[in-house]
Design a protein. Structure first.
Length: 74
């Protein structure tokens, strides 16, 4: 097994940090979203991106998600 993190893990962390820094979400909202993500990964075998989870929970808007993605993708 490689010590290199999977791309999605790096992406999730960065997405959350940027969203927090921009004031779109709180650290607690991010942690709650990650808990949902991990629970779904384990129980359902599915993986939703953290932005999708936060959108589905009415925590972030599509405009906010797009703004975070613009920072992420340069």
């Amino acid at each position: 097994m490689s010590d290199k993190p999977r791309k999605v893990e790096v992406y999730e962390k960065r997405f959350g940090i940027i969203a927090i820094e921009k004031g779109f979400i709180t650290p607690d909202e991010f942690i709650d979203g990650l808990k949902i993500q991990v629970r779904e990964d384990i129980e359902k075998g599915t993986h939703r991106l953290i932005g999708t989870i936060l959108f589905d929970r009415d925590i972030m808007t599509t405009i906010q998600i797009d703004e975070v993605l613009k920072v992420l993708l340069g």
